[in-house]
Design a binder for this molecule. Structure first.
Ligand code: KG4
Ligand code: ZN
Length: 338
């Protein structure tokens, strides 16, 4: 079964053709990051406009890279929630138009579910159940993946997502948007013990995260140093920040694995590209006797191959949308409602 998948939840317009949930026949990603960088973050209105401009070309490219035409496609999958509403609507309406014109089934996909599905593409042996940390620009969750389409959230952020904390701390350190990757690179050249940063906890909720205090600590440290005319070694600060984020994410994930009895652990989302996090989780999983799965770097950020993969499993479980399908800016990953 060949699925044409479309993703437009944030600042990447993407389309892919995926066969039977595991064979990526094509994957095209048009990133808008360079333009949003001028403003220090994603400007929703610009994102929607750019999606409108690129989506036809991106979808045509995905079909032609796969050597297929629309007639060869069996179903259309699309990210319908969560994300920037104006951005999501472009993909959803385009997918509805394609489905209507070609009389193919329309499959709505939850964005976080598709990030998790990136793991199936990179690790064909991985099957639910497993425990997954999803860390992206908009979300930080510890999720029990019970089946391909059943999930239970056991930890979540109370404020900033991990990627958001990276991007805001990076901005304070003088890096361009999105700064996650920049901090990651600088961290490799710094001393992670140089600065002591807080490890915020959420009272009574051991698997929940709070990153906003950590971000503020970085901003205050830079501000105080500036007032005292002291210099801050940015590589050391980046390394200390990265080590702190990795400590927080890994300790909670390991504790959740122990509490809920999981031996298969995965990560997903843009922050899963972080080199410090990848190696830290790899080490901690090995120490605890867990098997660790992670997506290829190319599948960590937003893309449509992961959407095509998850759409296949949604289709298998009977999910279909009609032409009333709407996009939703927020929707719990474990309670989808199309
Ligand atoms: O999953 P994603 O592409 O979009 C959302 O669904 O949010 O995640 C984007 C986030 C950004 O915050 C970006 O800074 C972060 O992922 N990111 C990283 C790295 N690469 C991307 N954060 C830390 N280290 C990286 N290497
Ligand atoms: Zn994403």
């Amino acid at each position: 079964m060949k699925i044409l998948a479309i993703e437009s939840s944030c600042d990447e317009t993407a389309a892919a053709v995926v066969e039977n949930g595991d064979k990526v026949l094509s994957s095209v990603v048009a990133s808008q990051i360079a333009e949003h960088r001028l403003y220090g973050g994603v400007v929703p209105e610009i994102a929607s406009r750019r999606h409108c401009e690129s989506i036809t070309a991106v979808v045509s490219q995905a079909l032609s890279d796969a050597g297929l035409s629309l007639e060869d496609i069996d179903a259309i999958g699309v990210t319908a929630a969560p994300g920037l509403i104006g951005a999501l609507l472009v993909g959803v309406n385009f997918a509805k138009g394609l489905a209507l014109a070609s009389n193919k089934p329309l499959i709505p996909v939850h964005h976080i579910r598709s990030h998790i599905a990136a793991n199936y593409l990179s690790n064909p042996e991985l099957k639910p159940p497993f425990l997954c940390l999803v860390a992206s620009g908009g979300h930080s969750h510890i999720i029990e993946v019970l089946t391909y389409t059943q999930f239970r959230v056991i930890g979540r952020t109370r404020d900033d997502a991990a990627g958001e904390a990276y991007d805001k701390a990076a901005r304070a350190m003088g890096f361009p948007y999105p700064g996650g990757k920049e901090i990651d690179e600088a961290a490799g050249k710094g001393n992670p013990q140089a600065y002591k940063l807080p490890h915020p906890q959420v009272d009574g909720c051991p698997f929940d995260f709070s990153f906003s205090g950590l971000k503020t600590a970085v901003i205050n440290l830079l501000h105080n140093a500036e007032q005292k005319n002291e210099t801050v070694n940015i590589n050391d600060l980046a390394a200390s920040f990265q080590q702190t984020v990795c400590d927080i994410l890994s300790s909670k994930l390991m504790a959740a694995a122990q509490e809920f009895g999981y031996h298969n652990i995965a990560i997903a989302g843009g922050v899963a590209a972080n080199s410090g996090l990848r190696s830290r989780l790899e080490q901690d999983c090995r120490k605890n006797g867990y098997t660790f799965y992670l997506p290829d770097l190319s599948l960590c950020g937003d893309n449509a191959a992961m959407v095509g993969c998850q759409a296949y499993f949604e289709y298998q479980s009977g999910v279909r949308a009609n032409y009333n399908l709407n996009a939703a800016a927020s929707m719990p990953v474990d309670q989808v409602n199309w």
